[in-house]
Every structure is written in structure tokens, then in C-alpha cells.
Ligand binder design. Structure first.
Ligand code: DGL
Length: 286
């Protein structure tokens, strides 16, 4: 990919940043964008018709990412943040070369942050992310003296999307998922899925106070800020209201999100154009 120059991007600084996830998980990244990049306008997409992603195959995730990024490119975004660890782990390397825009994922920023904090690192993630070993690989590449344990947590995303965070069943499930990590006496826990920071109130009641928590959302947004500066793409004018779009039921998304957004979002439904041969006919690169 030819690196974009400051010149050809400078007129694009007022364009939106695209952020996507399977559902409300990406709101943990959006929240960080509001905090760290308050002038940026955002296009948020939740692929709610096809969640959860965490039990899908790599081929499916790849296809979904290509469709979403293709649509976002058509909407004229200047950068995309893959606010989904499953997509970051399984697809980002493959899709990046298809598009002429910066595409940031959560794995590397999360791994870097974890290595800066601890040596015995636990990762809770979707089954697909855990099985991909993406976090273990990234952490050990940075510091091979670390120990990494990854646990796939298939029940978390459906519970969050069904708004069942304070259901006692969620705490029971969380205890079960964390128990092998606590047995290993981890000193650091990585939220390896963007949905999981929503569970922080539950997880904090189970984790010993000595365990430090890493939220890759914080670090991917810091990386995005650096990249915007590097490319001369940072917006200095006031942000436009966030545009929310989903592939499933807009009302359901609005109802679940309100607790994190502090207001009921206006959500539109979009139909992503289906594509038969990923990576060939629709590449955005000339
Ligand atoms: N929040 C996404 C992730 O970080 C997707 C979770 C899912 O849909 O299973 O992996």
C-alpha cells in the first residue's frame, strides 16, 4: 500500500472516522474517542444482525469486515477503527491492504499496554479471538518473558447485548471464566473483547484488587490520535453528532446503548451490499 501523504489527506481532516463492531461493544471505543478526540466526527456501525462474531469462522469475519469497510469507504471516512477484537485478530491484516485508508485494530495497542503493566497476563476474549492466539503472539513478540493465559467467554456478548449485565447469572458465568486465570495468579487482565468493559462493575467484584485491568479501547484511540497527527488528519473544528447505523434492529441498539451514551441515539438501519468475491472486485485501491 502506498502510504498516504500529509498533502493528499490535509483537506480530509473534517471527514468522519468510521468505527465498527458487531454491536454495542464498540461503544467502549467510541467513549474513548469522545474523551481523547472530542473534535472528531464519527460514523458508528454495529453489525447487530450478525452478532455474535466471536463464534464465527475466519472466512465469515473476513467477509463481514470487507463489506463494512467497503460501505464505510463509500460514506467517505478518513480512517477506520476496528472496534472489535475478533475482527482485529482474524481479519485486519488481510483487509488492510484492500483499502486506501488507515485501519487501526485493538490487538497490538492492547498487547503493548499489557506488557507495560504486568508479567502474568490473562486475556478474556471471544472464543474466536482466544483460539486465534493473536494476543498471546503479540504479547510474546514484545516481551517473551511474559506468561499469557487466554480464556474464551462465549456467553458474555449475548448477555451484554440482551442487557443482562446485572443479572446474577452473569456474575456466576464471570466467576467461572475468571477462575482459571485467578488460579494462575495473573497480575494483569486484558479485556480482549470490546464488549467486556461494559461488564467492569461485575468483574471488579470478582478480581483481587492487585490485578490491573487493561482496556485496549483506551490504547487504540491513543494510537488513532497519533496516526491522525502523523497524517495531518486531525479535525480542529467542532465534531458533528455521531451517526449510528446498524444491520439489525435500530430500536434494540438504541435501548441497550442509552446507558453508556447517556442519551437515546438516533439509529438508522443499513443494508450492506453483499459481495461474492472478497478482496478482488471491490478493492478501494486504484
Ligand atoms: N466486541 C467484539 C470483539 O471485541 C465482538 C464480539 C462478538 O460479537 O462476539 O470481539
Amino acid at each position: 500500500m502506498t502510504p498516504p501523504t500529509t498533502q493528499n489527506f490535509s483537506s480530509q481532516s473534517s471527514l468522519k472516522i468510521g468505527i465498527f463492531d458487531s454491536g454495542v461493544g464498540g461503544l467502549t471505543v467510541l467513549r474513548e474517542v469522545y474523551r481523547q478526540l472530542p473534535n472528531e466526527s464519527i460514523l458508528y456501525f454495529g453489525d447487530t444482525a450478525r452478532l455474535p462474531y466471536g463464534t464465527r469462522s475466519q472466512a465469515e469475519i473476513l467477509q463481514f469486515c470487507l463489506e463494512i469497510l467497503n460501505w464505510m469507504t463509500e460514506q467517505g471516512v478518513k480512517m477506520a477503527i476496528v472496534a472489535c477484537n475478533t475482527s482485529s485478530a482474524l481479519a485486519i491484516e488481510k483487509v488492510r491492504s484492500e483499502f486506501n485508508l488507515p485501519i487501526l485494530g485493538t490487538i497490538l495497542p492492547g498487547a503493548r499496554a499489557a506488557v507495560g503493566i504486568g508479567k502474568r497476563i490473562g486475556v478474556i476474549a471471544t472464543p474466536a479471538t482466544a483460539a486465534s492466539n493473536a494476543f498471546r503472539r503479540a504479547i510474546l513478540e514484545i516481551d517473551s518473558s511474559c506468561h499469557v493465559w487466554q480464556v474464551g467467554c462465549p456467553e458474555f456478548v449475548p448477555l451484554i447485548e440482551q442487557n443482562r449485565i446485572s443479572d446474577p447469572y452473569t456474575a456466576e458465568v464471570a466467576k467461572e471464566y475468571l477462575s482459571p486465570l485467578l488460579e494462575q495468579e495473573i497480575d494483569t487482565l486484558v479485556y480482549g473483547c470490546t464488549h467486556y468493559p461494559h461488564l467492569a462493575p461485575v468483574l471488579k467484584t470478582i478480581l483481587p484488587p492487585s490485578v490491573k485491568v487493561v482496556d485496549p479501547a483506551v490504547h487504540v484511540v491513543a494510537a488513532a490520535a497519533q496516526e491522525l497527527d502523523l497524517l495531518g488528519l486531525r479535525n480542529t473544528r467542532p465534531a458533528l453528532p455521531t451517526r449510528f447505523a446498524v444491520s439489525g434492529c435500530p430500536q434494540q441498539f438504541a435501548t441497550v446503548s442509552v446507558q453508556w451514551l447517556g442519551c437515546t441515539p438516533v439509529v438508522e438501519k443499513v443494508y450492506l451490499p453483499a459481495m461474492s468475491h472478497p478482496g478482488t472486485q471491490f478493492g478501494r485501491k486504484p
